[in-house]
Structures are given as C-alpha cells and as structure tokens.
Design a binder for this molecule. Structure first.
Ligand code: 13P
Ligand code: SF4
Length: 332
C-alpha cells in the first residue's frame, strides 16, 4: 500500500517487495513497456541495475539520452544531479529516481550562497561548472561541462577569457595543466576520488608491473601523476577495451569494473585501494542507494519524482544547452 509520507520520511517508498530478484527483474521489464519508460543508468550503479538499464553511460552520454528520448517516463539510476539534469532537459517528461537520498559529495561541496558570493566577486569571469552540481548552481553557470568534454569546451573559448571553474578542484587543476589556462578554482572534491591511496597504488603497480594505472580526473594530483590514462568513466572503459595491456589498476568508483569485465572478460581489473582499507571507499555510497527493490517500487508507483521550479529550470537549462550544443558541434 502506497504511503506518500514515505517519501518525506525516508526519501523512497518503503514498501516490502515479496518477489525474488529474477521475478523483480521480470516485473520491471513489464512495467517499463506498459508505461513507456526508459531506464538510464550510470556506470557506478550495481551490476544488476546496469544490466536492466536501457542505456548505460557517463554523465554526458546520459544527458544526451535524456534530451533525445521519446519515452514518457525517465527512470534515473544514478544520483540526484543527473536526474535533475534529465528534468531540466525534458521538463514534459516524468523523471523518477529510486531514492532521493542519492546525493553527491562533490555537488554538496558547492553551496549556492557561498558560490554566488564568489561569482559576484569576479564579475568579469565566465563560469564553467562541472555537471556534478545542483540545479541552483547551474543557474549561476554560463557553460556546464562533464569530464568527457571539459577540455574541448574550455579549448573552444578565447585564450584570454577569464574563467571560474567549479566545483571540483582536482578536475580543475588537471584541466589547467592540460589546457595551459589559469582558471580560478572552487575548492570542492568528491569523497570517493580524493580517498585513493597513492602508496597502495604504487605497491600494486610494483607487484603487477604489467598493469596500467588508469584514473578519473576527480582523483588527487599525485594519483593523476602516476596514471597512464586519465579520463571520464566512458573514456576509461574505452581505454581498457582498446589498450593491449591485460591488467589495469582502476582509480575510480568500483561500479565501472562491471562493464570493463563484460567488454574484456580475458583481462584483469584491480580496483585501486582507498586510504582506509576497511571502508570500501571506492564505492560511492550515494550511487549504491539504488537497489532493484527500490527501482521496482519507483517504477510501479512512479515515485519519488524530480520536480524543479520553472524559473530555476530555465536558468539552469541555458548552461546545459550550451554544453550539448558545443559538444554536438565538436562531435563529442
Ligand atoms: P563521468 O561523467 O565520468 O561518468 O563521472 C561522473 C561522476 O560522478 C564521477 O564521480
Ligand atoms: Fe558524486 Fe563522487 Fe559519487 Fe561521483 S563518485 S556521484 S562525484 S560522490
């Protein structure tokens, strides 16, 4: 029985599901068809959820799918900023997410009031924000970027343009180093990516000299310095498919390993360890709030739903639209 207070109290529908996993999967496939719904899943969600998604991808690919879909309902298996981006792009569609608690520490590291003051202090700067931000931060943003297109979008701006980059200082530093810019950086970070332990990674490399270290640009600079390939989740996946090495030490959230193993079953993937070996820190606890049971309830009852005030949505839309238009013109 549906109790709307569940959403207020828990952030998801707290309804027990009396089916086994494979029955739940079957029901989800049926419901999806009946309701003309599409499931968009990020690479960091659990394997069972990746396998039931209609599209699986990085932040850029998923926002492109959200902008293009004919489905009436978008079910987002990721975190809130991704579902918000889908709603900003497709306001006439119903966008639902299994658990509203699926936030993002990086988005949280950039509070609206503080960032507004920062932007107002530097009025001559163009504001570029990583897509891992709230809709409110996007209203202060000129162009959104993801880790797949940031380098090219920044490169498309005149060399003398003054730029603020937010919220990830690790990605910002990395972009400054590869573009030769001197962007003003917001001091934010992701709690998963800043935890990778350089010494443990080097120990692993020592034990596996034939393994290639690959890292997401949200990692701290010392990890990026030793990485042999740096890129977005889709770029890391592509690298493991195309590179001749048969072992990889992977410094990003562990969910991506599912697609890597599927694409290259003969290769070995070693998750990079975090500073605290007991914490499972290379799991994003927000991404992992998505479960098959919550997905079933979410699709069945079409709750919880993402809604954004129209005034905020329109302002936030401009920055994402610019990102998608530039990406299209650059064939990204
Ligand atoms: P990608 O855009 O590379 O998929 O990264 C999203 C993210 O949240 C990384 O932590
Ligand atoms: Fe946010 Fe980090 Fe989780 Fe990515 S891994 S969704 S940046 S908290």
């Amino acid at each position: 029985m549906i109790n709307k207070n569940d959403i207020k109290n828990f952030g998801f529908l707290n309804i027990p599901v009396e089916l086994n996993k494979s029955e739940i999967v079957e029901e989800i496939i049926k419901l999806k068809k009946e309701k003309n719904a599409v499931i968009l899943g990020h690479f960091y969600i659990d394997a069972i959820l990746q396998d039931i998604s209609d599209y699986i991808g990085d932040s850029l690919q998923l926002s492109q799918q959200a902008a293009d879909t004919d489905a009436e309902i978008i079910v987002f298996l990721g975190v809130n900023f991704m579902a918000e981006t889908a709603k900003i792009l497709s306001p006439d569609k119903k966008v639902i997410i299994p658990d509203l608690n699926a936030g993002c520490s990086l988005a949280d590291s950039c509070p609206y009031d503080d960032f507004k003051k920062f932007v107002e202090k530097h009025p001559e700067h163009t504001v570029i924000s990583y897509v891992n931000t709230t809709a409110l931060i996007k209203t202060l943003t000129d162009i959104a970027v993801t880790s797949s297109n940031a380098k090219q979008i920044i490169g498309s701006l005149p060399k003398e343009e003054k730029i603020i980059f937010a919220p990830d200082k690790n990605l910002g530093n990395y972009l400054n180093s590869i573009t030769g810019r001197n962007m003003l950086l917001w001091d934010g970070a992701c709690h998963v990516h800043k935890e990778f332990d350089l010494n443990a990674i080097l120990r692993l490399k020592n034990e596996n000299p034939d393994a290639k270290i690959i890292a997401h640009p949200e990692c701290e600079q010392p990890v990026l310095i030793v990485a042999e390939h740096i890129g977005s989740t889709s770029s890391l996946l592509k690298f493991t498919k195309e590179n001749t090495a048969d072992k990889f030490i992977v410094a990003t959230e562990s969910g991506i390993l599912h697609q890597m193993k599927k694409a290259s079953p003969e290769k070995i993937f070693i998750p990079a360890p975090g500073l605290d070996s007991t914490c499972g820190c290379n799991d994003c606890n927000y991404m992992k709030l998505n479960t098959i049971e919550k997905l079933y309830n979410c699709l069945k009852y079409e709750l919880p739903e993402i809604n954004i005030e129209e005034e905020i949505r329109i302002k936030a839309y401009n920055s994402i639209k610019r990102m998608l238009d530039i990406s299209k013109s650059l064939n990204l």
